[in-house]
Design a protein around this ligand. Structure first.
Ligand code: TYD
Ligand code: MG
Length: 459
């Protein structure tokens, strides 16, 4: 049987099919299969693996005899980034920095170049912006990196010579979607191109012992544009998130071969680029006006970091027709659920009303721990009764109206108390077991109805 000379790769998920299909059987997307040649990019698996151990090929080692003194690290000089990376960049490894257009990837990349603790040069390959544009951006940022090598280039093969000549410690490619390799015929940004380019670069990084940072765009759906296949080829995947209308940015690792994926970095985008935020709660609550109905403070957990956010709700009489539901920063489904629970399990009547919910500061709360705070904010607005200014709430709410425990209550309560929220409404079971920090008062709620009763009883 003749071997197929080409395969069809899905531009959404990277899945490969032997023949063209209208719909990708792996991810279900329509009309996303494109033809690509077999060979080229295909052999890229494993290129990014960093430590080729001292083992002879094909000879297994005893686990106890393998030396693992931890990967050497190069600090980026950006503590919030180093925290997420697990200590810094690892030479020979590949980091994918992914995010929506405009979130600040190029800015972060340039700030890495400006502050990385390295004696060897840093090479910044720009496929999107001209060298002048990079210079103009750098002028705005703290710590002008005068020695940074800037190379406007989109041809991967053309990077070999400058790479060899300067032997950089860090190579930043902005963005991987703009690169193309002459070994593949399809257009830049296609799966085949991105995969081939990334594979070639990763192999070069490994060979030269450089840390490679690939900037990658993600689409609105959150897929790293086209090729999710990149995620498998790199050592670390960093997602940069944030609402462009607000200054806050969160950096998370969704994959990290050299560290935990539990850490998040918090940044604030200002006129001089990104600044690390050590105390996110203080920033999120800076503009809070206590004492208004419909507002509740919630200690969320991002990775291992507690952050206080303010959930705001406005319950208003509905006009004609169906009641409006608008939420920012909270999942629609979560809001719908909470409204139904309030309706069925308490005496707060919200179902027929217009409801608006917002998490102040452009934060997104995807956490069930915010349920109780959301319910309280809704009830507070509906009853036109503000929560006391020193109160926070945390707990997941079930369909029966029961309030359930969530992880790391100790961290959350400590953060609340640190910022002056001395009274925290918590699930019953947690309060029974907890040892509250000095000055804290834990208020136990078994059901949402308890919380509403407590709110009504406040002066
Ligand atoms: P950018 O890094 O270009 O985003 P990406 O590479 O992810 O597409 O930055 C996006 C936005 O950040 C841009 O709209 C301008 C803004 N910005 C600042 O607010 N302050 C700054 O110092 C810089 C450099 C950019
Ligand atoms: Mg950019």
């Amino acid at each position: 049987m003749a071997r197929p000379r080409s395969v069809y790769a899905c531009t959404e998920c990277g899945g490969q099919q032997p023949r063209w299909l209208g719909r990708c059987p792996e991810c279900g997307a329509w009309n996303t299969l494109v033809e690509e040649a077999v060979g080229g990019a295909g052999g890229s698996a494993g290129v990014s693996g960093l430590h080729v151990s001292s083992a002879e090929a094909g000879k297994p080692l005893r686990l106890g005899e393998i030396q693992a003194d931890g990967a050497p690290r190069m600090e980026t000089g950006i503590p919030e980034l180093d925290r997420v990376l697990g200590g810094g960049l690892v030479p020979g490894s590949v980091v994918l920095l992914a995010g929506e257009p405009g979130v600040g990837k190029s800015t972060l990349a340039l700030q890495i170049a400006a502050s990385a603790r390295s004696d060897a040069p840093i090479l910044y390959v720009t496929g999107e912006e001209s060298a002048e544009q990079v210079r103009m951006r750098a002028d705005r940022l703290p710590g002008f990196p005068a020695d940074l090598l800037v190379l406007p280039e989109t041809q991967v093969e053309a990077l070999a010579a400058p790479w060899r000549e300067h032997d950089p410690a860090v190579v930043i490619v902005d963005s991987i979607q703009t690169l193309r390799s002459e070994r593949v015929e399809s257009a830049p940004g296609s799966v085949a191109q991105v995969r081939e380019s990334a594979a070639l670069l990763a192999a070069a990084a490994k060979r030269h012992g450089a840390a490679l940072v690939l900037v990658g765009h993600v689409t609105k759906e959150g897929a790293i544009a086209g090729p999710r296949v990149l995620e498998h080829m790199v050592d670390v995947v960093l997602g940069f998130e944030g609402d462009r209308q607000h200054p806050f940015r969160l950096l998370r690792a969704s994959k990290n071969r050299f560290g935990s994926t539990q850490e998040v970095g918090v940044f604030s985008m200002g006129s001089a680029g990104l600044e690390g935020v050590e105390n996110p709660s203080e920033l999120f609550l800076a503009e809070r006006r206590g004492g208004a109905p419909g507002s509740c403070i919630v200690p969320l957990l991002e990775g291992t970091r507690p952050m206080l956010v303010e959930i705001q709700a406005l319950v208003a009489p509905a006009g004609y027709g169906t009641a409006r539901r608008t939420c920012l920063g909270v999942d629609d489904a979560r809001l719908a659920l909470m409204l139904a629970v309030l309706d069925r399990r308490t005496d707060v009547d919200v179902l027929s009303r217009d409801v608006y919910v917002n998490v102040a500061g452009g934060v997104r709360s995807g956490e069930p721990g915010a349920d109780l705070g959301l319910a309280l904010a809704l009830a507070s607005s509906r009853l036109d009764k503000p929560l006391p200014t020193d109160v926070a709430a945390c707990g997941e709410v079930g369909l029966g109206g029961e309030v359930r425990r969530v992880g790391r209550i100790d961290l959350r309560v400590r953060e609340a108390v640190r910022l002056g929220f001395h009274r925290v409404l918590l699930p019953e079971r947690v309060v029974a077991e907890a040892r509250p920090p000095a000055g804290a008062e834990l208020i136990s709620v078994g059901e949402v109805a308890d919380a509403v009763r407590w709110l009504r009883a406040q002066a």
